[in-house]
Design a protein around this ligand. Structure first.
Ligand SMILES: Nc1ncnc2c1ncn2[C@@H]1O[C@H](COP(=O)(O)OP(=O)(O)OP(=O)(O)O)[C@@H](O)[C@H]1O
Length: 344
């Protein structure tokens, strides 16, 4: 079965006219497709254009040029009344949770259902179901101020899902949470995706969030997408310097600075860093290195992580032998993976 596109941006540009800075191009020629069932992450530093992109998808902002197609409808040409319908199919969660402080957990989750005109018994049933799903049914009569950050975000998720949207937009939804709570909330979002079949677009500046839940990722830099693809491909083989910086935040697999100096003083042989990935069989090449090239090796540094059941990362090896043998081994390694010679 081929996945159907649920959100498409075609050559989208957004320019703001500002008083102080003149015309600001927040998004420039964006093309991306989020398929039904994806967890799609948009990652970028502050000012990259992430929030603007989300606001175009939920039609809170209009494109300067290009098309935004949501569930088969080009929303750039719709009336305000039709846009409200589109927005109803999109749930949204926020960094600061945006709960109503004067209402209980129940009241917050019931709110969108009331607006949609649901009957009281239907609301009660639906809210209980949602609170059960997010694991805070026992907090139904608490007020937001009585909840932890993680619990507040669970309420936010329950509220966003209340009217059964096909799409959930998560804008920096874990940025206000500690790492352990972040992991809990990300696990919950993954369940929203796999158990309820909701397509999720995650906006983040944290690569760990991408690693935890995204199937696909687009890297946004100064209003442009500089790289996009499956999360494992982008992590295992980042092409752009900005992407590499993001990957390094979760994977310190390359020795640098003092670490590199320490390694150098202990290991006089040539050093190479080889990319590791399940489908790159560097083990086979290394195990025959002595017999074929008279080269032995020692692992001197490395970092390997897991993503969606696959391993990826890098290993730095000291290659000990004659130069010609080491060169031949590096050539062989390069046939199965990317290899960089480490220079001090
Ligand atoms: N309403 C607006 N008017 C003028 N300029 C804007 C407006 N909204 C965003 N911008 C500008 O567009 C660029 C992208 O901003 P945006 O908020 O989309 O980035 P971001 O990646 O979400 O950053 P952050 O994580 O800091 O929110 C910035 O230069 C910003 O100043």
């Amino acid at each position: 079965m081929t996945a159907a596109p649920l959100i498409e941006l075609r050559d989208v540009t957004k320019v703001f006219a500002t008083a102080g800075r003149g015309r600001v191009t927040a998004l420039d020629g964006i093309n991306l497709t989020v398929n039904a069932g994806d967890v799609f992450a948009i990652i970028g530093y502050s000012g990259a254009g992430k929030s603007t992109l989300v606001r175009l998808v939920n039609a809170l902002e209009k494109v300067t040029s290009g098309q935004v197609i949501v569930d088969g409808t080009d929303i750039t040409a719709l009336s305000e009344r039709k846009l409200r319908e589109v927005r109803r199919g999109i749930g949204m969660i926020f960094q600061q949770f945006n709960l109503l402080r004067s209402r209980t957990v129940f009241g917050n989750v019931a709110y969108p259902l009331k607006i949609a005109g649901w009957s009281k018994p239907d609301i009660e049933k639906r809210v209980a179901e949602l609170l059960n799903f997010v694991g805070i049914l026992d907090k139904a009569w608490h007020y937001p101020d009585q909840l932890s950050g993680g619990q507040k975000q669970r309420v936010g998720i329950a509220r966003a899902l209340a009217t059964n949207p096909k799409i959930l937009l998560a804008d920096e939804s874990t940025s206000a949470l500690d790492p352990e709570t972040t992991a809990d909330v990300l696990r919950l979002l993954k369940r929203v995706n796999t158990e309820l079949g909701v397509t999720i677009m995650v906006i983040t500046h944290e690569m760990e969030v991408v690693r935890e839940i995204a199937d696909r990722v687009a890297v946004l830099d100064s209003g442009r997408i500089i790289e996009q693809g499956s999360a494992i491909d982008v992590f295992a083989n980042p092409q752009h310097a900005t992407t590499r910086r993001f990957v390094e935040t979760v994977l310190q697999d390359q020795p640098e600075g003092a670490n590199l100096e320490r390694i150098r003083t202990r290991h006089a042989g040539r050093l190479v860093t080889a990319r590791v990935r399940d489908d790159r069989n560097i083990g086979a090449v290394l195990s025959s290195a002595q017999a074929r090239h008279g080269v032995s090796f020692e692992i001197v540094y490395g970092g390997i992580k897991e993503l969606g059941g696959q391993s990826f990362g890098g290993l730095t090896l000291e290659l000990i032998g004659e130069d010609a043998g080491v060169d031949a081994l590096i050539t062989e390694l390069r046939e199965v993976t990317e290899v960089q010679e480490v220079k001090l």
